[in-house]
Every structure is written in structure tokens, then in C-alpha cells.
Design a protein. Structure first.
Length: 586
């Protein structure tokens, strides 16, 4: 009797898991044969986000040299390392290129095909191009996975859910805005995957309010400009005449910081230093739990400050007034933020060289412009400064902070669900757009097709229109018949559009207060509300509370997602082999 494993979701995570199944099977799987059923309406490898059927204008937000699907000896895992090319090696690209999404999709497809080829001969993969709608079955017995449009379920000894980014039902505010739009003949596009949105209702020349200035905005901007036939000639945008006029704003009112455009040289900051495994263990051991702002953020600040000053003192000592060894000792001993500030004031003469995370987080706080046009000019200046700074190694403490952010991210993953604020802050500083995208923003702004609204943007639905205002330009408001929410949906397990997850929850699976699916941090087994791991159901990815970075792994960085994939693959293979031994003994 062949055994059956069902994996729902064949994007990067499902593919990475398959790679680990192939790597571990020779050691751990000795069964009569295994059928692996991959369920995904999109082709395996790229899955939904990296599929070939999408605009070639959409780019990755990673440089090609920073993307690998293969393990190396920095990954602390029980399974074997199987080395393979990074994206830039495979695609023969300059490592600093930001490839388009379809190129990454081809790499992922190749990884998928290699993993399938590497499986032992008695393991076979079948792809089912459908959605899975329900998993049921007894705790101790075979599971059934029901697919859309198929009367009979797949039978499964084990089920693994690698569902990735989910669509969500609109929350109360979004539902109200959509209802208002329907009543008044307006257009409202709620949070969605921009590549999948129907943008045809956004008419040429018409103003469109856009809430959100992150990566979803960049996709939207590209599809509504070059995607409608416009072209860049150097620094100038030549419109096609089919573009709407985008009025963009957000809480911060500025785009995410540009990607840094130079390489690291010299000594790396010795990280982690103030937020490492010991601090994480201490936080987790607190009987009353921890509060992010009170208990975790001060450690984050200390760590990022350490990374910043380490770089400033070692690479730009002329801009400091103390020896690094002295500073380091006093910095470590400083008990509270006031003491740290006093130390920094004494050791770093130019305030521009001091790290101020609060100011970075709110660049337009208290800033006022007399007119909308003045603000356009002002924000173009801000973006130009950011581009200059992010491409000038004289500001290399920024790169120190970037390494600090990566280190902190890796540690905070172990704390489980810490809410969404940190993820937004991380993305704003460390995961912003490639420089060329910001240059395109400048060109579109000069062409009058992109208009900045300001910080703390509010949108009202009144008088049959949407109206946006911001305290950045007192007295200014803009009316439009279209409103786009430029951000990804933030579904909770209960509000996921996906019936599979909702049913799993109804069947006893636990969720965190923030709506993430609770899983065993060891091997990814789905937990019930009593904290018991389900013997036959596993889940991995951004909708679970392990929240390993959703992003692709950089080579030689330990890869928490690889570690998790390996642990799950080994648990699955051991289970299948163990249950076989028991069945044979019967
Ligand atoms: C628009 C976008 C751009 C990104 N760009 C980058 C980037 O440039 N660099 C980077 O490092 N990271 C990027 N990311 C982060 C992203 O998390 C990872 O790149 C990666 O795609 C996550 O892989 P995944 O397999 O967990 O999820 P996904 O890529 O979402 O794949 C999940 C798969 O599961 C399938 N699925 C879900 N539910 C069901 C169901 N019920 N039945 C059947 N199939 C189902 C979906 O069709 C999908 O193919 C981006 C994310 C998004 C949303």
C-alpha cells in the first residue's frame, strides 16, 4: 500500500519543503512508496506570486544575489546540506539586479523540478491544479483533503499546508467604504494583491486616492503608468495619456527608504550583542509574558544603536570623539535611554551622525507646508536626499543598522507573534523599493501624474465622493471618485477568504490573538486550543505564528525558514516510516 502525503500550496514554501523531503528521504524514508499530492491552482514552483502569467514590469524587491532556495553549512538543521545556485548564479544576472518576478518564477520552477528529480524512485509527485477547500478526518487516522470541483477527496496519511499569503474578508471599515462606493457609483479597491487586481475602472486623467506608500503602491504605480504604455526617457516620463492621477498618502506620508546601493567593506558588527538567544529565552521564560513596547523594543533600540555606532566608529572614526573600546564599554553599561543619549552626545559631535529611530519612523512629524505645490517640491527633495544618502558609503552606518535589523528579525522570530508594527517598521527601513523605482516616482511627480498628500492621511466618504486630507498641508483636500487601498490583505484565520483555514479553525485549530494559526515551533504541527499538536496536520508560512521571515533567504545567513522546512520534512518522513513499521508489525 503506497502512502499518501498531501501538500496544499506549491509556492516557494511548498517547493522548499519538497527540496528538504528529497534531501532527507534517502536517510529517513524506507517505505513501500509514497505519493506526494501537490495542490495549487497555480503551477508548482512559483505558485501564485511568482507565476509566469503576470506583467513583466513587476520586479522582485530583492537583489538577485540575495535570493537562494538552497541550504548551506550556516543552517542549523539535522538534515543534509544540498548546495545549489543562488538566483543570480542560476539566471546569470549581475548580483545587484532586481530581477522581474517572472525570472524568479523560472528559478523556482527549476528548483521544483530538481527536487522532484532528486526524490527516491519510489516517491512520485502529482500536481492537482485546484483549490483545497476542506481537510477533515479523525485525529488518529487518515485525513481527507477536499478539492474544489472534485467529488472525491484525496486521502492523506499526512497533510502539510504551505498556503502563503492569504486573501481576507474585508473588515468593517473596508466593507463600509465598498458599500458607499456601490451606492454612489464610485470605485473602491480594498487591500489585495496588486498583480491580481482589476485596475480597468481607474480611468485616464481621473484623480485616484491611494492609501499606502509601501511595496504594494510601487506595483500599482508601475501597472498604471508603464503598464498603460508610458515610457521613461532618462529622468523624464512620457505619458501615454491613459494614466490616472495618483494622490498617494499614508501614516508616514513618505515612501519606504531606498534599498542601499553599495557593498559592505571592513569588519561586520559582532551581532547579536544585546538581543540574542539569551535575551529571547529570558523573555519567553517570564511567567507573566512580555509586552513588545515595554520589554522588547528597548532591546531592539540598543541592538540597532550598537550596529550603527560600531560602523561609525570603525569606518568613520574622524566623526567620533572617543575610542571605540571606551564607547562600547559605556554603551553596554548605560542603564537607560537618557544615559545612552548623554554618552552619544559626548562621543558623536554631529547630531546628523546619531541614530534617532523615532525621527526615522515619523519623518513628517510636526512638519507643515503652506501649499500642496510646496509639499510636492519638499517631498521630491526628501526622496532625492534619501536616494543620495542610500547610495553614498559616507553614510555606511545605515548599512550597519540594516545588518542590525536583519539580526533582530532573526531573533524576534523566536518570540512568536509580536503583532504587525515591527514588521511594518522593518519593511520601511530595510525592505524598501529599489533605487530606480524611487527615481520613477520623482519623474511621475514632475509629470504631475503622482501627487503626494502627506502624513496621517485621512479619507472620508461624504457628499458622494472620497475626500483626502493631511495635517502636512493644512487646508488642502482632494476629492476623487476612486480610492485604492495599496496594501496586502491582513487576514486572520477566522477572516481568511480561504474556507480551508476557516474550517480548520472550526475543527479546533488554535489562533493567536492576532489571528495567526498556532503551530508547534519545533516541527510545524498544527496546535489545538489545548496546545496539543495534531499528529497528521502541519502548517508553515506567513499565516502561522512562527512567522519566519516571509522573504527569500540570503545565502549564508542561517535561513530560519530552511531550518523549519528541514524539521517538518524529517518529522513527516519519520512519521511515515514509523507508521509503516507499526503496520508491518501488526
Ligand atoms: C506581492 C509580493 C511580492 C513579494 N516580493 C518579494 C521579494 O521580492 N523578495 C522576497 O524575499 N520576498 C518577497 N515577498 C515575500 C513572499 O512571502 C515570499 O517571496 C514567498 O512568495 C512566500 O512563499 P509562500 O510559499 O509561503 O507563499 P506564496 O508565495 O503565497 O505561495 C502559497 C501558494 O499556496 C497556494 N494556496 C493558498 N491557498 C490554497 C488553497 N486553499 N488551495 C490550494 N492552493 C492554495 C497559492 O495559490 C500559492 O501558490 C513578496 C510577497 C508578496 C505578496
Amino acid at each position: 500500500m503506497r502512502q499518501q502525503l498531501v501538500i496544499v500550496g506549491a509556492g516557494p514554501r511548498g517547493t522548499g519543503l519538497l527540496e528538504r523531503l528529497a534531501a532527507n528521504a534517502p536517510e529517513l524514508y524506507a517505505g513501500p512508496g509514497l505519493d506526494i499530492h501537490l495542490v495549487d491552482p497555480h503551477p508548482p514552483g512559483g505558485g501564485r506570486i511568482w507565476r509566469q502569467a503576470q506583467s513583466p514590469l513587476l520586479w522582485m524587491n530583492s537583489q538577485a544575489e540575495d535570493v537562494t532556495m538552497f541550504t548551506d553549512d550556516t543552517v542549523a538543521m539535522a538534515g543534509p546540506v544540498r548546495e545549489g545556485p543562488t538566483l543570480h548564479e542560476w539566471a546569470r544576472l549581475d548580483g545587484r539586479t532586481f530581477p522581474d518576478r517572472r525570472t524568479q518564477g523560472r528559478y523556482l520552477r527549476w528548483v521544483y523540478e530538481r527536487a522532484v528529480a532528486d526524490l527516491p524512485p519510489n516517491v512520485t509527485v502529482h500536481h492537482h491544479p485546484r483549490r483545497a477547500v476542506r481537510v477533515d478526518g479523525p485525529r488518529e487516522g487518515r485525513q481527507r483533503v477536499w478539492l474544489e470541483g472534485r467529488p472525491d477527496p484525496l486521502r492523506a496519511d499526512l497533510v502539510i499546508l504551505t498556503l502563503g499569503h492569504l486573501d481576507g474578508e474585508p473588515d468593517a471599515e473596508q466593507a463600509e467604504l465598498s458599500a458607499y462606493a456601490r451606492e454612489h457609483g464610485l470605485v473602491h479597491l480594498p487591500p489585495d494583491f496588486t498583480a491580481d487586481s482589476d485596475l480597468t475602472a481607474l480611468a485616464p486623467g481621473e484623480p485616484v486616492l491611494v492609501r499606502g506608500f509601501g511595496l504594494a503602491f510601487v506595483d500599482l504605480m508601475v501597472l498604471l503608468t508603464e503598464g498603460r504604455g508610458g515610457q521613461y526617457e532618462g529622468e523624464t516620463y512620457r505619458p501615454s495619456g491613459r494614466e490616472p492621477v495618483l494622490y498617494v498618502g499614508s501614516r508616514r506620508g513618505v515612501p519606504y527608504h531606498s534599498k542601499i546601493g553599495y557593498d559592505w567593506t571592513g569588519d561586520r558588527p559582532p551581532l547579536p550583542r544585546f538581543l540574542g538567544p539569551a535575551e529571547v529565552a529570558e523573555l519567553l521564560a517570564r511567567p507573566a509574558g512580555f509586552d513588545f513596547r515595554r520589554d522588547v523594543w528597548p532591546l531592539v533600540e540598543k541592538e540597532l544603536g550598537f550596529a550603527h555606532y560600531h560602523r561609525l566608529f570603525t569606518a568613520h572614526p574622524g566623526r567620533t570623539a572617543m575610542a571605540w573600546a571606551d564607547f562600547e564599554e559605556k554603551y553596554a553599561a548605560a542603564g537607560d535611554p537618557a544615559e545612552t543619549r548623554a554618552l552619544v552626545a559626548a562621543a558623536v559631535p554631529d547630531p546628523a551622525d546619531r541614530l534617532d529611530l523615532t525621527a526615522l519612523d515619523h519623518p513628517l512629524e510636526g512638519v507643515r507646508y503652506a501649499s500642496h505645490e510646496d509639499f510636492q517640491e519638499g517631498l521630491r527633495g526628501y526622496i532625492e536626499d534619501d536616494l543620495r544618502r542610500r547610495h553614498d558609503p559616507a553614510h555606511s552606518p545605515d548599512l550597519g543598522v540594516f545588518l542590525g535589523l536583519l539580526s533582530v528579525y532573526g531573533q524576534l522570530v523566536r518570540l512568536g507573534d509580536i503583532g504587525s508594527w515591527w514588521h511594518g517598521f522593518f519593511s520601511y527601513l530595510a525592505s524598501g523599493p529599489p533605487g530606480p523605482r524611487l527615481r520613477q516616482m520623482l519623474a511621475l511627480s514632475r509629470a504631475g501624474l503622482l501627487r503626494f498628500v502627506g502624513a496621517g492621511m485621512t479619507v472620508t466618504a461624504e457628499d458622494g465622493v472620497f475626500r483626502a486630507t493631511s495635517p502636512t498641508v493644512p487646508g488642502f483636500s482632494v476629492e476623487a471618485r476612486a480610492l485604492v487601498e495599496a496594501r496586502l490583505p491582513e487576514p486572520t484565520v477566522r477572516r481568511a477568504r480561504d474556507s480551508l483555514l476557516r474550517e480548520l479553525h472550526a475543527d479546533g485549530a488554535a489562533e493567536t490573538p492576532d489571528g495567526l494559526l498556532r503551530v508547534d515551533p519545533g516541527d510545524g504541527r498544527v496546535l489545538d486550543r489545548a496546545g496539543r499538536p495534531h499528529p497528521r496536520r502541519f502548517a508553515l508560512g506567513p499565516y502561522t505564528d512562527t512567522r519566519a521571515p516571509g522573504a527569500f533567504t540570503r545565502p549564508r545567513t542561517g535561513g530560519p525558514a530552511f531550518r523549519q522546512n528541514d524539521a517538518t520534512a524529517r518529522a513527516v518522513l519519520a512519521f511515515l516510516s514509523g507508521s509503516l513499521v507499526k503496520e508491518l508489525a501488526r
